[in-house]
Design a protein. Structure first.
Lengths: 334, 132
């Protein structure tokens, strides 16, 4: 196995330099972009994630090596394999990330990253402590079984992570349109971090935004709807441990208190916001309420691309999809 | 080594944010501002009565459906909770102190001046109505 460098280790000094530069920009442009306590919380959560990752990454790589030993396929270290590995790793990331927002067990881990009401480069470092427990790595195992060398996958995974750092910049407004069409950008990722009903559960991409366009989860950032960052029920606390474990605690309490085994399991695997008595809101419920209020006079219609009932004009505004066979190609209203 | 280096880096970045004076202390300007914050926190919540703390860092809103929402400052932003029933509240002179029911969210203190007593009575009547 070749001894490949760790892209993240090389990128860390650059990350620090970029955070400091972003802070100076915030001082000149908008001091509200950072808050000292929030920044400390984000960075300390990032440090905790580093420790958790060091303790658990060996287990994931060992699992990958085991997978590679039990597959008949062997992919060599060739240029096309590198490109394919980078592309497929990003596709696996898309599905893992989407699942992290749609399965509460996985959301309990990922929520850390969304728990800040700010969006800046320190938010990028606010990462999960419990990634191994939430089982997100399962989405990457097929790549090992396909015969990609584990070192290659670890390397492209590092590149993927490095790319995703800069897209947490609020100071970058829009990239050239061709770039916005193919790549994940600060604009697209701001939508992902937003709690505006229009933007909920959109833009799961890591590097290539094409996955969202392809699978019907893309939403454009609209100039007249500024993203509000955070989670639907913001924490109201800068406590590190609370940020790291609040959703695990809430989920355990819900499952414990729920009547019947079916409900208990549903509290673990249903989308965040699901409740057995319908007393809470999932993102679909929030979106539907918003769509109904905004377009009260228009009947809701089944929309396969969105997987829910919604007024057609809203979809035209909120979603741009290039998925063939998904009710045509929609462009955002101008 | 890596861990201590990372720790030094995050301390440097946090101190830089502090040195640069980053962050603001927002205030709830008027009832319309409070209404907008409530709307953003819980789409569909329609306040019919709004009280803003005299220091501008918290607000109490009574919804059309008799639900109460508290809003308080958190860093550069605001956070909100729909509370009760039952609502845990007490009046300390002109300050109305409401519990969110969550330890980590804590209590919200509203300096309502002359309105403090009337809001406390209003909440008490709502509680009696719920209990009836």
């Amino acid at each position: 196995m070749p001894d490949l460098p760790d892209p993240i280790a090389y990128a860390v000094p650059v990350f620090i330099g970029m955070v400091l530069t972003d802070m100076v920009l915030a001082r000149l442009q908008d001091r509200a972009r950072y808050n000292v306590k929030d920044t400390w919380t984000s960075l300390a959560l990032g440090l905790g994630s580093l420790v958790a990752g060091a303790l658990t990454s060996g287990a994931v790589v060992a699992l990958g090596l085991w997978g590679q030993q039990h597959t008949p396929f062997v992919i060599p270290y060739s240029w096309w394999a590198w490109l394919l590995a980078f592309l497929l790793y990003d596709l696996a990331f898309y599905f893992a990330h989407r699942a992290s927002h749609r399965i509460r067990w996985m959301w309990a881990s990922h929520v850390i990253h969304h728990s800040s009401q700010h969006y800046n480069l320190s938010t990028a470092l606010r990462q999960s402590w419990t990634g191994l427990i939430s089982l997100g790595f399962v989405f990457f195992l097929p790549l090992f079984l396909m015969g990609f060398p584990p070192a290659m996958l670890v390397f492209v995974g590092g590149l993927n992570t490095v790319y995703q750092f800069w897209i947490h910049a609020e100071s970058v407004r829009r990239m050239p349109s061709w770039f916005e069409y193919i790549m994940n950008t600060p604009s697209h990722h701001r939508v992902h971090h937003a709690t505006n009903p229009r933007y909920l559960d959109k833009n799961y991409a890591g590097v290539f935004i094409i996955w969202d366009r392809l699978f019907g989860t893309f939403a454009n950032e609209l100039d007249d709807e500024v993203p509000r960052y955070g989670i639907v029920r913001n924490l109201g606390s800068f406590n590190l441990l609370w940020a790291a474990f609040h959703e695990w605690i809430a989920m355990a309490k819900d499952a414990w208190d729920a009547p019947g085994l079916k409900n208990k399991i549903a509290y673990l695997v249903a989308p965040p916001g699901w409740s057995h008595d319908g007393s809470r809101d999932t993102s679909e419920a929030i979106f539907a309420r918003w769509a109904t209020r905004i377009h009260a006079d228009e009947p809701l219609r089944d929309d396969p691309a969105m997987g829910q009932r919604m007024p057609a004009p809203v979809r035209a505004v909120a979603v741009e999809t290039t998925a063939p066979g998904r009710a045509g190609r929609q462009r955002p209203a101008t | 080594m890596l861990l201590s280096g990372a720790l030094v880096a995050i301390v440097v970045m946090t101190l830089t944010a502090r040195w640069l004076g980053l962050g603001i202390e927002p205030h709830i300007a008027d009832p319309e501002h409070a209404r907008r914050l409530a709307h953003e926190a819980h789409f569909g919540f329609q306040p019919v009565d709004i009280a803003i703390s005299q220091d501008g860092i918290a607000a109490l809103l009574l919804g059309q459906d008799d639900r109460l929402m508290i809003i308080r400052r958190h860093g550069n932003h605001f956070v909100a909770r729909l509370i009760g029933p039952p609502v845990s509240c007490r009046l300390d002179r002109q300050k109305l102190i409401l519990s969110s029911g969550e330890n980590m969210f804590g209590e919200v203190v509203l300096d309502l001046g002359d309105q403090g007593r009337s809001w406390a009575d209003k909440i008490r009547r709502m509680e009696e109505k719920c209990g009836a």
